[in-house]
Design a protein around this ligand. Sequence first.
Ligand code: 13P
Ligand code: SF4
Length: 379
Amino acid sequence: MARLIDAGPGCPTPTPHRAQSAAEARGLVYDDAVRAETDHLYELVDDFITPMEWPAVAPLVAAINRLKKEKNAVVLAHNYMTPDIFRLVGDFRGDSLQLAREAANVSEDVIVQAGVHFMAETSKILAPEKTVLIPDTRAGCSLAASITGADVRLIKEKYPDYPVVTYVNTSADVKAECDITCTSSNAVQVVEAVAKEWNTDTVILVPDQYLAKNVAAMTDIRIMTWPGACEVHELFNADDVSQLRDAHPGVVILAHPECPPDVLEAADYAGSTAALANYVKDKSPNKVVLLTECSMSDNVAAENPGVNFVRPCNLCPHMKRITLENIYDCLTDMKHEVEIEEDVRVRAKAALDAMMALPKMETPLDFEVGMAPLDVEYV
Ligand code: 13P
Ligand code: SF4
């Protein structure tokens, strides 16, 4: 487990160093007005932000919350945001499917995507009349970077009879070439629905090879895939799971389905970030470990004070590009607006709409655990 930063039970992910000057450089000070607006919020993050750091954080939080009202904006915060963003300025929080559904229904004029670029594109595709801002345009994703629209066109030429499902972790260009999107909350439902619609026993699921293998283990549909991987989840392996069990007897191990199949084979439960959060809330295990991005444990721990968290930690460098400072800056200057060519947007929307039109699942998908890994063919 050398690659993992094991912060130990109860230790939160280290939050980025907070320079007092970051707020001050923006003319923001910790004055009485800020105290009045933020004092009651401190308890939401007191496990992550020390009393010494709070005067550097509170002015940014107060300013962002004021700017949201002034600009008629909302912040959509993914589960991997640090707790200051997730708990103090996020208006809607959740996994990528929940955030996409929120984006489609937002009534405010401006959406700030506290997440990565493909999530901001998804919001823009679904809510084209809104101004969608991404606080740092470099917040990418290794899965989204692994495949292009041209790649999908070649796949389609080679396999014209098979539908192509894309995980939402892809660019608008890729979505525009695919038949339907899926997320880890609904991947099996999507694969089976599209196979039925196309009257085929084979579906191509891109770009995450591990998600594809984990889906293949749960359906009779033959899955073909693409050699993409999440740079965060591919680092976990079955040895990590057994070392965690040895080091923390009785620990319940939950994994995201972007992990390789041998991790799901050894885990106790697997699902999307929303499914993992629901599991902890519903089952209240005594001791738990989430094999996913670091901040997820911090956010779930904050909502489940009775549960002990062991925190082996893989940071997503892209998610971590989003900070209170750049959320403040993008709202102040209304900068980093996401734009998508209309023809691409319309075709990408068709793939997202096809997913959204499927019956809404009552709860996110539970992935099978304990199954021997299955190999799938690559396109
Ligand atoms: P979720 O859809 O489970 O939120 O996952 C998104 C993601 O990027 C995981 O790495
Ligand atoms: Fe992409 Fe992985 Fe980061 Fe999620 S955790 S945004 S899949 S690189």
